[in-house]
Design a protein around this ligand. Sequence first.
Ligand SMILES: Nc1ncnc2c1ncn2[C@@H]1O[C@H](COP(=O)(O)OP(=O)(O)OP(=O)(O)O)[C@@H](O)[C@H]1O
Length: 246
Amino acid sequence: MVIIDSVTKKFGEQFVALQDISLTIDEGEFVAIIGPSGCGKTTLLRLVADLEKPTEGEITIEGHAPKEARRQHEIGLAFQRPALIDSRTALKNVEFTLEVAGLEGALDPKALLDSFGLGDFYNYYPHQLSGGMQQRVNIACACVHNPRLLLLDEPFGALDEMTRERMILWMRDIHLANPRTTLLITHSIEEAVLLADRIVVLSAKPGRISEIISIPRDGEIDRTSPTHVRHIAEVRKALHAVMGDE
Ligand SMILES: Nc1ncnc2c1ncn2[C@@H]1O[C@H](COP(=O)(O)OP(=O)(O)OP(=O)(O)O)[C@@H](O)[C@H]1O
């Protein structure tokens, strides 16, 4: 469980990037954060990841401060741009992540790559992999130490539309197979609706929680179903509202 309790983040004396954010993410829950550019989405993720410190308020991950959670390998982090080493194969990249964490031998990178549909690509170098495959290896690097919390900052943002669609469905299957607590930053309404149990809509300047929309999971994905279309419309409306369009 992640508890974000009354968190405010200022940059300098004047600029309030996030104001009074309170959010609890349950064990195994998938939460997406969406909002206008500059509303503080990445800052929020960086606070949870211990890459920034809150100015006020507190964050705990499984009862630990982010720094301690990181030390205990409870956090996995993946950004839009895969952070892969070009001179290492897919497998060596994942193994290297374990090495850096001091966990080599403790977990099985091959089994993880297999479960990510990359069993035939262990020995491929990043440049030999498609963009979607590179991002899957990147997310494998984020997951290989079996963190309790996965933080994803626009992981599919740089992919073409068809690859992105496939990756969303892949991510959904991965999450259903192993429901890890996940916080996803995205600009895509559909990505949020297809993946998240709850969607947090942030307003900008300062970033505040404007609305939280629950998306009940009912099994099959059908983009033409009235329920799906209604959820898309609901999130779009919430976004327009924070952008001052209505
Ligand atoms: N280290 C920093 N120093 C000063 N200002 C910062 C810093 N990091 C972020 N900001 C500012 O805080 C605000 C929120 O930035 P952040 O990157 O979190 O927004 P975002 O919602 O993720 O944006 P985008 O959707 O465009 O990626 C922005 O105005 C940004 O310029």
